[in-house]
Design a protein. Structure first.
Length: 589
């Protein structure tokens, strides 16, 4: 093998790894975080977890990505450790799909159908379709499909290049002697684990082994320990990802490691003990890509079948390794940085966190109304604490979203991040104005101000309107419901009208001497804070509508929207619902 053969080998390896990376990213983007959401929600029993782990890993083509995601779930408290074990086992089965795809290169036959099934013959067609989708298509979905096809084509081309580069090595005695060393199971396991640990992908390391099998110098005796070692090596990614995580997340990573180590020990022990008596004839036969895929699958399926009933023992072993400390652990919440490897899912977690923030604002609004009606020191304290919590949410979410912005995002995801940055600012402002309401309640208490019955009735109408706009906004945001969002702007305009009318009535009271200056200030501060809350709700709703329609311009479209029938109908309905029932001349404070 000359210097150019070495260049071809490493060039093929580079293409192989790059293609796998591009294909994986395309699959993740196409999934839009749905695969991770499925893992999060549907893990009620270990068997279901195995199936889901295998299915998701088969689709995204990365057991490392699945296990890192699971570590993130456990770290953030979304998933319990025992739920994670089945998914981790299933991920090992799912990752074997890549080896089966790569084994297609070994298909032999003269018929047109068989020839067309060979990657060398159909990948050029996929590459052509992929480049057309990538360059011409406007939708993110088609671009992602194009990237998947291109990634797969590059991956297979890299595989073919590696196989062609190493084929001359079959006549090199030194290379054969090196491979003979791996007939020793321990050396083979170490070699497989080190290789996989370096490139952090068992699928890629198995692919490299399949390429090397083209030399005909790798036997079953050498391949089996290497394949088992590759399963151990893939644990490196999860172990690295758990650095800085809580104890349960570290235990999830340790379960992954223990599962593969115990499975390897059991498999090799049984295999070589039986071989000592039976003397398997195939052990010295050369393997091909198909044989490697078979061994890879058999090991992972058997290991899962044997160890799944003992999942609780694996959990206890992880607890013995990572013991509980004296100090209670604090959950890092939904914004785990491990989720950044799958941006679409990370964005969904940001939406969930922002919804929590919005619900805090809603709670503060309810408590503030109780405080204004009858001052409560306990409510006052909770509202101030909620405002501090909302500030922390805004800081943490903002920092996390900035990190997300630095990732390779689809146009839709990038737009969603921008919308989220604006929305969390508006939700934080809502808690600011609920704090203003508390200050109003304090002033009302300190100055012993009491509104008369009719004044309380008109304030109640505005409060109810603001309560509804908050509910509409949060529900629309949490579910990305554009229909609900479209109701917010007309209601906000009704609230503006209420504020204007109530201010006029306040001026009339002042002119007629029926309202003191201090009473008027409290009243004005109250309705101003209420109206400001509705303004920020309208901002969030406009962002939801903008996300649904990328051509929507909140400034230019507002005047146009107010002329359409949907807006007019909603405005009329809200105006009737929140109409003031009496005239200004009949008021008294």
């Amino acid at each position: 093998m000359d210097i150019f053969g070495i260049f071809s080998l490493f060039g093929g390896l580079a293409l192989f790894l790059y293609g796998m990376n591009i294909m994986g990213e395309g699959l993740e983007r196409l999934g839009g975080g749905k695969f991770e959401t499925i893992l999060e929600k549907l893990t009620s029993n270990p068997i279901k977890g195995v199936i889901l782990g295998a299915a998701v890993t088969a689709v995204i083509q990365s057991s490392s990505a699945t296990t890192v995601m699971v570590v993130g779930f456990v770290n953030s408290g979304i998933m319990r450790l025992h739920q994670a074990i089945g998914i981790i086992m299933g991920a090992n089965i799912g990752t074997t799909v890549t080896a089966w795809i790569l084994s297609l290169s070994g298909i032999e036959g003269e018929s047109l159908i068989v020839q067309f099934c060979k990657p060398a013959n159909f990948t050029p067609i996929l590459a052509l379709i992929g480049i057309v989708f990538t360059m011409v298509a406007k939708s993110d979905k088609k671009k992602n499909i194009g990237n998947i096809l291109l990634g797969f084509s590059v991956l297979m081309f890299g595989m073919e290049t590696m196989s062609a580069a190493v084929e001359p090595l079959k006549d090199v005695p030194a290379f054969t002697n090196i491979l003979t060393m791996f007939q020793n199971p321990i050396l083979g396991v170490i070699a497989g684990a080190v290789l996989t640990g370096i490139i952090q992908s068992s699928s890629a390391s198995v692919g490299i082994l399949q390429a090397l099998s083209a030399t005909g110098s790798i036997t079953f005796g050498a391949a089996i320990p290497i394949i088992l070692g590759q399963n151990i090596g893939t644990c490196v990614t999860a172990l690295i990802s758990c650095i800085g995580a809580n104890k349960n997340a570290k235990r999830a990573a340790m379960v992954h490691l223990y599962f593969n180590i115990i499975g390897t020990i059991l498999f090799l022990t049984v295999f070589y003990v039986v071989n000592a008596f039976v003397h398997f004839e195939f052990i010295n036969d050369s393997v091909n890509a198909f044989n490697i895929a078979v061994v890879h699958t058999i090991f992972n399926v058997i290991a899962t079948a044997v160890l799944l009933p003992f999942n609780r023992l694996l959990e206890k072993l992880a607890h013995l390794t990572i013991r509980d400390g004296e100090a209670p652990e604090v959950s890092t919440g939904l914004l785990d940085e491990r989720f950044l490897v799958t941006p679409s899912f990370a964005i969904e977690q940001c939406v969930n966190a922002a919804t929590q923030m919005a619900n805090i604002a809603r709670e503060s609004f309810t408590l503030a109304q109780e405080c204004v009606a009858k001052y409560s020191e306990a409510n006052d304290k909770v509202i101030i604490e909620n405002e501090d919590t909302a500030d922390k949410f805004e800081d943490d979410l903002g920092a996390y979203l900035v990190k997300l912005s630095a990732k390779s995002l689809s146009a839709n995801d990038s737009h969603k991040v921008s919308i989220l940055l604006h929305a969390i600012s508006d939700f934080e402002k809502v808690t600011d104005y609920t704090t203003d309401l508390v200050f109003t309640a304090r002033e009302k208490r300190d100055k012993d101000i009491h509104f008369k019955e009719k004044t309380r009735q008109e304030i109640t109408i505005m409060v109810n309107a603001v309560r509804e706009i908050i509910d509409l906004t949060i529900d629309a945001f949490a579910t990305e419901n554009v229909e609900l969002a479209n109701k917010v702007e007309p209601l906000e305009d009704v609230i503006d009208s209420l504020r204007n009318e109530l201010k006029k009535r306040h001026v009339r009271r002042m002119q007629e001497g029926r309202c003191s200056v201090s009473e008027g200030i409290v009243f004005t501060d109250y309705i101003t804070a209420l109206e400001k809350i509705s303004d920020h709700c309208a901002n969030v709703a406009a962002a939801i509508i903008e996300l649904d329609d990328e051509n929507y311009d909140v400034h230019n479209a507002m005047s146009v929207r107010k002329t359409n029938s949907e807006y007019k109908d909603n405005y009329a309905a809200f105006s009737k619902k929140y109409a003031l029932p009496f005239s200004v001349s009949s008021e008294s404070v």
